[in-house]
Structures are given as C-alpha cells and as structure tokens.
Design a protein around this ligand. Sequence first.
Ligand code: KIV
Length: 271
Amino acid sequence: MHKTIKNITEMKGKEKITVLTGYDSTMVTLCEQVDVILVGDSAGMVMLGYEDTTLVTMDDMIRFTTATKNGRKNSLIVSDLPINSYQTKKDAVTNSLKLIQAGADAVKLEGGKEIARIIRAITESGIPVMGHLGLLPQTAEKYTVQGKTRENAIQLIEDAKIITESGVFSIVLEMVTSQVAKIITEKSSVPTIGIGSGKDCDGQVLVVHDMLGLFEKIKPKFAKRYLTLSEEIRNAVKSYVTEVKEEKFPSIENEFQMDDSEYSKLRKKIV
Ligand code: KIV
C-alpha cells in the first residue's frame, strides 16, 4: 500500500518529508524510498528539452503521471497542473480529475490569494491539492529569491494562510528566504516542502535530474548533487562506441548459437 495524504500530513513536526520529482517508471522505481513523488512540470526542461515550464501541456502531464504510476510502489504521487490548465474553476476541476484518473493522488498548482477560489473548487470536488508559493516558474519573468523584503514576506505569509484555508494539504515553498520559510512553517497547520528554502521546512523536494547530476544546463545553488551521473553515462557511451568500432562487443557471452550439426547442414544447403 502506498503512502496516503493522511500519512504525509501527520509527519509535520515529527519526521521530515522527502520528495523527489519523477516522470517515468524506471526512475520512479529506483526512488521508492521517498515519501512523495512529484510529477513536476519541470518535465518541460529535464524530459522535453524546453527552456522553461511554459510549453508543458495537460497531455504531457497525463503521460508522465501514467508512467510514474506504473513505477510507483510506496510513494504518494502529486502531479502538477500545467500552465493555462486552471484558469477557471471548471477547467481546474476537469483537468485535476484527468491527472487523478492517470494515477495521481493529488495535484499541485502555483499561486496564492489570486487562485484561492480555484484551489477551493478542486478540494471541494474531493481532489487533494498541494499549494506552491515563492518563486512560481509558470509565471515568473526572472527566477529570483522571494521573501527578501518585509512587504514580500508578509504577502507570502498571508498567501500561505489563505491557501491553507482553501484546503491545501501541503505547500511547496520555492526559493523563499530561510527566515520566511521558517515563519510560514511554524504558523502553518499543513506541512511545508522546501526547495531552496532552508532546512526548517517540514520536508524537502529536489528535481531528480539535478540531485543525480544528470541535468547540465543549469545548476541552481540549492540543488545538491549526490552523484554525477552525466559523467558516468558519457564514459559508458564512450566505452560502448569504442568496443563496437573495435569489434570487442558483442562477445561470445552476448551471442546466440546454432547447433554445429544444424549449422553444417545449413551451409551445405545454401552453397
Ligand atoms: O515542477 C517541479 O519540479 C516543481 C518543483 C521544483 C517543486 O514544481
């Protein structure tokens, strides 16, 4: 049985919540120790090769959610509603339902006060929602740290309160100053999940390609690399190319053979 929303919310104040992004069944199978797999629209960059998340569609998110569900054993699955998929309450509920039908346990959407009524419509339809405050990649003109000024901090604290009242079960805080993330975490009744928001959040999320050192285009300061898989992959590909060119691969262990007697009969027949 996989983790439930209740399991995750009950971890607040007791145990840190671990979240990694996931987009395909092979990788998700390898990440089964984490509490939550987030099918993030960061798929736009790390899976589809776009510059940002703004070209990601519902069809993309449905496909990545299905693949994630096929690989998941233990983790809760939260899927991002992509840009332009939650502009009206009706669209938000219809599209959330599509992600749930594809295998998500909950959906995530970006924004504060301005989307409170949308969050409420989704939660009232029975679908759990994760909020996302701080840097909002779907609409941000520049990726800058949030919560640096008193006014901006007050706005974030207020947004966290409003979306919690609208029913979110958890809130991602992206690139929020550690002090403000700590205040929101202390004041909030639901768990906060930080990315670039310091250690005091109730949990942490990283893009799996960043933490494995697979994605080389950008390296955000907060994205600790636990491996440098890109180098290992390049070295493996180099060895493969060399071995094929030099006829070292495939070797006898990688081949299938016919019986000698059958082979000699064949040779006689085809001369
Ligand atoms: O799309 C994503 O991967 C995200 C995380 C960075 C929180 O929203």
